[in-house]
Design a protein around this ligand. Structure first.
Ligand code: GDP
Ligand code: MG
Ligand code: K
Length: 305
């Protein structure tokens, strides 16, 4: 058989409770920042596809939203989104932590979904660098194997760059033999608009505490890129940051607007670097009490339901 017909390509859902390191794994694999990473949970709410291509494989990762108990409308949306994502993939990459010694509520929900799913699971045991004895990751494996039978187990450390190629190999071994779907130089299947809202949201999360992240959404009101508008020299982005309470608006704007200015200039710099052109970025902050509980508002913000 020729090399070409041995090529494997397909979709892998990246699954795991918040903060196990899903975005870090993607970033480490692509060696470029693609999905938003932050030490706070719920950074990635929408599915972002990242594409990992080598000479022998192409893995299209779907960075699924965190799995949450459906306590309000947003939670319900995310759970449904995650279930739908699972039905459209070839493999599930389920990320847990090497230090796990008990199954938490969120993993309980994920395990229940996986147990009823006819898709192979690669159990990615991340953060092995945190263990005093490397082989202790097997304790985490034994814990999860009580509920699912993974097709493969991949111990790794996204932060230390260990076990990443082994993880990719374990996933691609379970993909169908077929040619690449995407061009090999493509890293992410996502629009520039979406990238803009993710970068802005990440900057907000980096600069704010506990109570802000869960109630913030970024709506891109206008995106005029030089590609779409040949007459324009600058890319213009106007975005609204939506929060739930006036206090949160105050935090994001900061004293004399300094915080918003800081967030805006950091987001602009990163976007200019990643998009490859100069841009003008304007941010507003709006209070919409209870936007997360309103299905209509969620739809308007782009969360399908
Ligand atoms: P996600 O919510 O699953 O996407 O998790 P993130 O990728 O945002 O990571 C959450 C936190 O875990 C961040 O502070 C990361 O730096 C940290 N983290 C990710 N991978 C590792 C790892 O291999 N080792 C250690 N020690 N920390 C990690
Ligand atoms: Mg993430
Ligand atoms: K995170």
């Amino acid at each position: 058989m020729g090399a070409e017909s041995d090529f494997r390509c397909g979709f892998a859902a990246l699954l795991g409770r918040p903060n196990v390191g899903k975005s870090s794994i993607i970033n480490a694999l692509l060696k470029e920042k693609v999905a938003a990473v932050s030490p706070k949970p719920q950074t990635t709410r929408n599915a972002v596809r990242c594409i990992y291509t080598t000479a022998s494989e192409q893995i299209v990762f779907v960075d699924t939203p965190g799995i949450h108990a459906p306590k309000h409308a947003l939670g319900g949306f995310m759970l449904k989104e995650a279930e739908e994502a699972l039905l459209s993939v070839d493999v599930v990459c389920y990320v847990v932590e090497a230090q796990d010694r008990a199954v938490g509520e969120k993993d309980g929900i994920i395990l229940k979904m996986l147990a009823s799913l006819s898709r192979p699971v690669v159990l990615a045991v991340n953060k092995i660098d945190k263990l005093a004895r490397a082989e202790d990751y097997k304790k985490a494996v034994a814990l999860y194997e009580k509920f699912i039978k993974p097709a493969a187990v991949a111990p790794l450390s996204a932060n230390k760059g260990r076990g990443l190629e082994e993880l990719a190999a374990a996933i691609s071994a379970l993909l169908p033999r077929q040619p690449a779907i995407y061009p090999e130089d493509m890293l992410m299947d996502s629009t520039e608009r979406f990238l803009a809202s993710e970068v802005i949201r990440e900057k907000i999360l980096r600069h704010t505490d506990e109570e802000v992240p869960h109630s913030v959404a970024v709506l891109i009101d206008e995106f005029k890129s030089p590609d779409e508008h040949p007459g324009e020299k600058l890319c213009t982005i106007r975005a609204t940051v939506i929060v739930e309470r006036p206090g949160q608006k105050g935090i994001i704007i900061g004293k004399n607007g300094t915080m918003l200015k800081q967030i805006g200039s950091e987001a602009r710099r990163e976007l200019e670097e990643r998009l490859g052109y100069k841009l003008f970025l304007q941010l507003w902050v709006k209070v919409k009490p209870g936007w997360r509980k309103s299905p209509e508002e969620l739809r308007r913000l782009g969360y399908r339901s």
